[in-house]
Design a protein around this ligand. Structure first.
Ligand SMILES: Cc1ncc(C[n+]2csc(CCOP(=O)(O)OP(=O)(O)O)c2C)c(N)n1
Length: 293
């Protein structure tokens, strides 16, 4: 592990996640960046079952289980409570999936950000409701198979584009917003540390591949994560103090490279892949312009 990555482990082995789970790496790196003075609030999601049953001690920090829609409200309350106790130095982290963030938890998230609490909201984005069996969410990308967007003879794969919550948070004026990838742990940890410098709300969206939901080999999680960035399907950026920075990929990698190693896209035809490439190119141009502003 590169030396800039803190050695202390606050996410232990023995968890109940699937092999190759990206969301486990996301938690591990976030906790490495924040250290032990951290409280995590987790809604209904895979992460609600990953820690296992008591007395399993997968997280070495306190964790609060929260109703599915309520992560934003939960971290607001924990923050205010800790502050009253004089524990301002504790980090308060909401750690929620994309269903719990882009869909059912969006209003609680937006409200917590608007109230300006000094909290982190980490969205681990596995692009579907995985814990309940791979149902599509607002964050599922165009073209993906899920159990509620099956292929069949009608080819009813997801026809709507991905709702990017990080972009919504930037539009709302949240003081720190970033996207991150488990294939770039140093960048991820640096972003969490940068966010910590800001006293106020911060939002980080981490792409977290899910081998059973995306139908890729569990040993390919990092490869898939890296290709998401290199193909610009999931651009990495940081928005801090009104300044927007985009990580530039240095060579063009066609989206097909990313799509073809995941079974959830196996049904796509040439013109559909072209459509995805066009979406990706258009969004990249928008983000480049944003950097110029
Ligand atoms: C109000 C409510 N509706 C539905 C559920 C059932 N449920 C539990 S976890 C889950 C899926 C969560 O999906 P996501 O937030 O994307 O996290 P992931 O499972 O992918 O980690 C659902 C629908 C629930 N617990 N509460």
């Amino acid at each position: 592990m590169p030396t800039s990555i803190p050695k202390q482990e606050l996410m232990m082995s023995g968890h109940a996640a699937c092999a190759g789970c990206g969301a486990v790496l996301a938690m591990r790196y976030v906790l490495k960046a924040l250290g032990e003075k951290t409280v995590v609030s987790v809604p209904a999601s895979c992460w609600a079952v990953i820690p296992g049953n008591y007395p399993a001690e997968v997280l070495k920090v306190p964790m609060v289980y929260t109703p599915f829609a309520a992560t934003g409200a939960s971290i607001s309350g924990i923050r205010e409570g800790l502050d009253i106790e004089g524990k301002e130095d504790y980090n308060v982290v909401g750690f929620a999936g994309d269903g719990g963030t882009a869909d059912i938890g969006l209003q609680a998230l937006s409200a917590a950000m608007e109230r300006g609490h000094n909290v982190f909201y980490i969205m681990y984005d596995n692009e579907a409701y995985m814990n309940t069996g791979i149902q599509r969410s607002g964050s599922t990308p165009f073209g993906a198979w899920t159990t509620t967007t099956p292929i069949g003879k009608d080819r009813t794969f997801k026809k709507e584009k991905k709702k990017v919550v990080a972009d919504i948070m930037m539009a709302q004026g949240v003081p720190y917003v970033a996207t991150a990838s488990v294939a770039f742990p140093e960048d991820l940890i640096r972003k969490v540390k940068n966010a910590k410098e800001i006293k106020g709300p911060k939002f980080i969206q981490i792409l977290s591949p899910c081998p059973p939901g995306w139908y890729h080999n569990s040993e390919d999680t990092i490869k898939v994560s890296r290709l998401a960035v290199e193909t610009r399907v999931f651009p990495l950026y940081e928005y801090m103090n009104g300044k927007f920075n985009l990580y530039k990929t240095n060579k063009f990698v066609p989206v097909e490279e990313y799509l073809k190693i995941q079974g959830r896209f196996a049904h796509l035809k040439e013109d559909e892949i072209k459509e995805i490439q066009n979406f990706v190119n258009e969004r990249w141009e928008i983000l480049l312009k944003k950097e110029g502003n």
